[in-house]
Design a protein around this ligand. Structure first.
Ligand SMILES: Cc1cc2nc3c(=O)[nH]c(=O)nc-3n(C[C@H](O)[C@H](O)[C@H](O)COP(=O)(O)OP(=O)(O)OC[C@H]3O[C@@H](n4cnc5c(N)ncnc54)[C@H](O)[C@@H]3O)c2cc1C
Length: 386
């Protein structure tokens, strides 16, 4: 068993670290204050080939694996940034790669790899369905060579910073006997969608996340934009969810490392009562505890990523990585805030910004309650609770 990174993985980490050095705390702080999108950073990440790292070389990407992708996103958050502003491009395209037609792959993947086309939006969540994706109601009805979409989505991020969106919609009524059937995935061209047919309303959140509410009113989508087979969309989406959980876990781990580095440095420098505050166990233990949690979560994340890279389906491991990483980063966030005392609340220290940002990982893309329900049912064989 070898837990060390390869030469290539270390080189990737160094290169991303160097790129992120050009986008330091003031860059992210200013974006947070003005609710602006990190356009320049995302362009640089794309130019460097990092956002297209999972796209195979035959389609213009670098053909790396999830282990490498997780190193990239971890590094962005560890540097003080927020990879969630762009991460969807990495895993959303997996649905196209694995289930799209040869024509769809040829049409979209090379342009996504080069940055000419942004596929950052993934429309699943609905106000009435919430975590219960199988009960989503947005309907796509086949009419000749088109589908006509009606319904509503909520919390759909980066729509205003994407050229295309993947949409999960119902193409057959809900059937309690075949609960996962009847959902389909579509590619939606956001530029050609008329405003009257697709209304996009930004949501004001406690973090700078560019998420929106979508209203579909007779939006027409060419039938050729259906991904894979009609009615099998939920299975396609599930495939991408393990990837999403591993990548989100990596961002949480990056955040956790940022908090621990800042907190331990501050605790060693700040002096009150004739000595550094960090010599007190009440200050150092929560930081050390969070560090241990982050290391454990990072191992689970690498286990899940290497299983995915080996073609396995790491449902339990991806879920556990997301659970442990979100809890570890939250423990680190609280330790960092406590360590900084009143300065933890001062914007110029960035702790409060990262504190708000990292809290999201316990709620989205899937709530930790549902992760625990998955483990209880599918790993431990207990009765289904939902
Ligand atoms: C910033 C942000 C960005 C997002 N981006 C996207 C996006 O790009 N695309 C997208 O499709 N979605 C997105 N989401 C949506 C996100 O995935 C959902 O918010 C999340 O899945 C939870 O759904 P909900 O908000 O409807 O909560 P609900 O499903 O209403 O749940 C509310 C609470 O009840 C708990 N709960 C519900 N049922 C059970 C049960 N059976 N057992 C135990 N506890 C239960 C939940 O755990 C949670 O604590 C985003 C959300 C946020 C906040």
């Amino acid at each position: 068993m070898d837990f060390s990174l390869t030469e290539e993985q270390l080189a990737i980490r160094t290169a991303v670290r160097e790129l992120c050095a050009d986008y330091s705390d003031p860059y992210w702080r200013k974006l947070d204050e003005s609710h602006a999108y990190p356009t320049e950073f995302v362009k640089a990440l794309t130019r460097g080939g990092w956002l297209g790292c999972l796209i195979p070389e035959e389609f213009g990407g670098s053909g790396l694996g999830f282990t490498e992708a997780s190193i990239i996103l971890e590094e962005v958050n560890r540097a003080g940034g927020n990879a969630a502003t762009a991460h969807a491009q990495m895993y959303v395209m997996g649905t196209l790669l694995h289930h799209g037609s040869p024509d769809q792959k040829q049409r979209y993947l090379p342009k996504i790899a080069s940055g000419e086309l942004r596929l950052q939006a993934f429309g699943v969540t609905e106000p009435n369905a919430g975590s219960n994706t199988l009960r989503l109601e947005t309907a796509a009805t086949r009419k000749g060579d088109r589908y006509v979409v009606n319904g509503q989505k909520v919390f759909i991020s980066r729509v205003q910073h994407s050229d295309v969106m993947l949409l999960l919609a119902r193409t057959a009524p809900y059937n309690p006997q075949a609960r996962t059937a009847g959902l389909s995935v579509f590619i939606v061209d956001l530029h050609s969608a008329p405003a009257a047919q697709l209304t996009v309303r930004p949501l004001d959140l406690m973090i700078n996340h560019h998420t929106t509410q979508l209203y579909f009113q007779d939006l027409e989508i060419p039938a050729e934009n259906l991904v894979g087979e009609e009615g099998k969309g939920f299975r396609y989406i599930l495939d991408g969810m393990n990837a999403e959980r591993i990548l989100v876990a990596s961002e949480a781990i990056g955040d956790g490392r940022w908090f621990v580095e800042r907190a331990s440095r501050y605790a060693s420098d700040r002096e009150v009562f004739d000595g550094p505050i960090g010599k007190n166990q009440g200050v150092q233990f929560p930081i050390a505890q969070a560090y241990a949690q982050i290391e454990a979560a990072a191992l689970m994340r690498f286990k899940a990523a290497s299983m995915l890279d080996a073609g396995q389906t790491p449902g339990a491991e991806a879920n556990m990585a997301k659970l442990l990483a979100s809890q570890a980063s939250w423990a680190a966030a609280n330790a960092a805030l406590d360590t900084h005392g009143g300065y933890g609340f001062a914007k110029e220290f960035d702790v409060e910004r990262k504190f708000r940002e990292t809290r999201l990982f316990m709620t989205a893309p899937v709530n930790n309650n549902l992760v625990l329900a998955f483990i209880a049912e599918h790993v431990l064989g207990m009765p289904r609770s939902y």
